[in-house]
Design a protein around this ligand. Sequence first.
Ligand SMILES: Nc1ncnc2c1ncn2[C@@H]1O[C@H](COP(=O)(O)OP(=O)(O)OP(=O)(O)O)[C@@H](O)[C@H]1O
Ligand SMILES: Nc1nc2c(ncn2[C@@H]2O[C@H](COP(=O)(O)O)[C@@H](O)[C@H]2O)c(=O)[nH]1
Length: 213
Amino acid sequence: MNENAIKRRGLMLVLSSPSGAGKTTISRRLLDSEPALSMSVSATTRPPRPGEIEGRDYFFVSASAFEQMVSKGALLEHATVFKNRYGTPRAAVEQALSQGRDVMFDIDWQGTQQIAEAAREDLVSVFVLPPSVEELERRLYQRAQDSEEVVRQRMAEAAAEMSHWAEYDYVIVNNDVETSVAQVKAILAAERLKRERQIGLRRFVEELRGSGD
Ligand SMILES: Nc1ncnc2c1ncn2[C@@H]1O[C@H](COP(=O)(O)OP(=O)(O)OP(=O)(O)O)[C@@H](O)[C@H]1O
Ligand SMILES: Nc1nc2c(ncn2[C@@H]2O[C@H](COP(=O)(O)O)[C@@H](O)[C@H]2O)c(=O)[nH]1
């Protein structure tokens, strides 16, 4: 047995934050440099923003189609956020994890809690804070993809969303994108090396010890 036989269980890397703190920006950059990482594409009843692509950004579904997914158990977690429904399709995640691939999620605290209840050992959760409330608001307006009313609603709910920061394994402040991406990469690298995620490690060590006797 050589070190290549030490296979690894895939992990679930969750990013949560108040709307506009930078989860999408950070996750896209990570995907560019982490070939073993896939993005979970959520289903939502929210209408698409300009430039969003079906199947890449979301699966945009009707309220009744979403309800059917819930009743069939096709969602790993689901929640109502900003008056729209969002959920994680289960099959794609389970397939990736079973192949030893890591999956990244951009989901809120409700979904993170549901995943923690179902599979705590596979979950690595990161809460992304903005550098300030003023900067959060500036980012939401500068993104220019939501109406004034939607931005106001998201700002009004930011404090409630941030109240969940202490439920997360890691917390970063997204001031500079490069630094944030480097920090999440460091978290991922360390979590991948966790002893309990390395299937076959015990056998590998036993063989090393046996051959050294
Ligand atoms: N570190 C940063 N410095 C300056 N601007 C940033 C930074 N990170 C993200 N942004 C910008 O802030 C805006 C919001 O970022 P993004 O869409 O990634 O947030 P989000 O957390 O995914 O939001 P939502 O929860 O609404 O999907 C974007 O225009 C993005 O380019
Ligand atoms: N619990 C879940 N939350 C989700 C999911 N997909 C996205 N989200 C969260 O919703 C808000 C708003 O997203 P936006 O794209 O409309 O800006 C944000 O906090 C996302 O993290 C999901 O599948 N489950």
